[in-house]
Design a protein around this ligand. Structure first.
Ligand SMILES: Nc1ncnc2c1ncn2[C@@H]1O[C@H](COP(=O)(O)OP(=O)(O)OP(=O)(O)O)[C@@H](O)[C@H]1O
Length: 260
């Protein structure tokens, strides 16, 4: 196994969660239009695990991920990435933390069309003025199976290959944690399975930590753990999920009300 990513600070212990939220509250708007998207959420994401976040539409999944990743501010409560309380950082430090310690995979790939696959993969590090660790980059490229596609532009790649480029980009700088927002939402089931297999492998073989929002019970079955949200609260969790058990649990939201 390749050495797992290191913590944000050299004193971090391996028992520290890769990310955690405590009493997290997020309220949008005010007065009549006020929406409580997150209602005192406390949750922790252990290192070296793939966690899926599931729940009905509007339950707060994206808001939770955005707050955990420092992409959205919080109304109250705290978020830590490794040992760093990101809710206490000013904008400049938060930007640096996101750049250096957090990886992102989006539903829409978010690749630059004029750059090759390899240039897309190394772009965040190029911007940060960091030299990629060659051995690590090779390992990532081989794991995603892109070696013979590195010179291709996104338009010359299939959707699944583009998403694998996006995964490689997220992992190339060995972030503390990777957040994936519906990473298979735009892919057919075969390409989706490839991307999920790769995310799984990055956890198993590289010790990576991945948190993924998904609507798909099959995608969730790749996770070590599923966290279920409803009405902005964590209402359940499941370890070693199967797609059948996840589907059953999701059906209870439909039939027995959101807080079942
Ligand atoms: N920028 C915003 N302004 C106002 N309300 C918002 C905003 N973003 C989200 N919300 C509201 O917060 C709640 C949670 O939204 P969120 O997008 O986190 O849910 P979700 O579970 O990710 O939904 P979906 O599965 O449909 O993507 C919803 O009621 C939504 O309408």
């Amino acid at each position: 196994m390749i050495t797992p990513p290191t913590g944000l600070d050299s004193t971090a212990t391996t028992t520290t969660a890769a990310a955690r939220a405590t009493d997290l509250r997020k309220v949008y708007g005010s007065g009549d239009t006020q929406v409580t998207a997150l209602d005192d959420v406390t949750v922790s994401f252990a290192r070296g695990e793939l966690t899926a976040i599931m729940g009905p539409s509007g339950s707060g999944k994206s808001t939770l991920m955005h707050c955990l990743a420092g992409l959205d501010d919080v109304t109250s409560g705290t978020v830590h990435v490794g040992d760093t309380e990101i809710t206490a950082l000013d904008d400049k430090r938060l930007t640096l933390l996101r750049r250096d310690h957090v990886g992102f995979v989006f539903q829409s790939f978010n690749l630059l069309p004029t750059l090759t696959a390899l240039e897309n993969i190394t772009l965040p590090m190029d911007i940060a003025g960091r030299t990629p660790d060659r051995a690590w980059l090779d390992h990532v490229v081989d794991t995603v199976g892109l070696r013979d596609r590195l010179g291709h532009k996104p338009g010359e790649l299939s959707g699944g290959q583009q998403q694998r480029v996006a995964c490689a980009r997220a992992l190339a700088s060995r972030p503390e944690i990777v957040f994936a927002d519906e990473p298979t939402g735009n892919l057919d089931s075969r390409a989706g399975a490839e991307v999920l297999g790769f995310l799984r492998a990055s956890v198993r073989d590289m010790g990576q930590t991945v948190v993924m929002v998904t609507h798909d019970p099959v995608a969730a079955s790749y996770a070590d753990r599923v966290v279920f949200l409803a009405d902005g609260r964590i209402v359940d969790e499941m370890r070693d999920p199967t797609s059948e058990r996840v589907l059953e649990r999701m059906k209870r939201f439909d039939t027995a009300g959101r807080r079942s």
